[in-house]
Design a protein around this ligand. Structure first.
Ligand code: 5GP
Length: 194
């Protein structure tokens, strides 16, 4: 995986990385944060997974073929990349992040634990936030309630979630997603957004 330091000679402390287990509500929290603080640039990842209904290329993700993804790894286009839930590859494209940080705009990456660990190696000045569920049972409830995953996929995601929860002390801040509004306020405060 990409672990070569990538020089980004800008205000790296305005880069925030948020991670957390499946179904903890990262998507909802991040969407709400961007709605309230549109100055924050939310990174659009590259992925080899197919678009879900309603997802647009270049808006939700850059949807790449396996071959394109491999080429972009070779070209050094990713700040980090990882295979998530043992399936598809996802990666942060470095160039937009460079440009956004150079322009003095805060940037936010919503990526998995593996990706966060890679960014910690290349950009340790970034702020690392872990979004945690109020409890394990609540996480299982949220995943079941979402009803979008097959039984196999749920088992796989919960196995990953156990590993991810065990790694939360590697992060600078742990925020418990108990209620979206409160969680977004805490996240904004930690990111020093006004
Ligand atoms: P989904 O397929 O549900 O959109 O995303 C699955 C997981 O992929 C999410 O939990 C998210 O954290 C992770 N992910 C999305 N983009 C990236 C990325 O650029 N890099 C890494 N390492 N993980 C990502």
């Amino acid at each position: 995986m990409c672990q070569t330091p990538i020089p980004i000679d800008t205000q790296s402390h305005s880069l925030t990385v948020i991670s957390g287990p499946t179904a903890v509500g990262k998507g909802t929290v991040v969407r709400e944060l961007i709605k309230r603080h549109p100055q924050v640039y939310l990174s659009i990842s590259g992925t080899t997974r197919s678009p879900r209904p309603g997802e647009e290329d270049g808006v939700h993700y850059h949807f790449l073929s396996d071959e394109e993804f491999s080429q972009r790894i070779q070209a050094g286009d990713f700040l980090e990349w990882a295979r998530v839930h043992g399936q598809h590859r996802y990666g942060t494209l470095v160039q937009p992040i460079r440009e956004v940080l150079a322009a003095g705009r805060p940037a936010l990456l919503e990526i998995d634990l593996d990706g966060a660990r890679q960014v910690k190696k290349t950009m340790p000045e970034a702020q690392f936030i872990f979004l945690a569920p109020p409890s394990w049972d609540e996480l299982v409830n949220r995943l079941e309630g979402r009803g979008t995953e097959s039984a196999d996929e749920m088992t796989r995601r919960l196995a990953t979630a156990r590993e991810e929860l065990a790694a939360q002390e590697e992060f600078d801040v742990v925020i418990v997603n108990d209620e979206v509004n409160r969680t977004v306020e805490e996240l904004a405060s930690v990111m020093h957004l006004t």
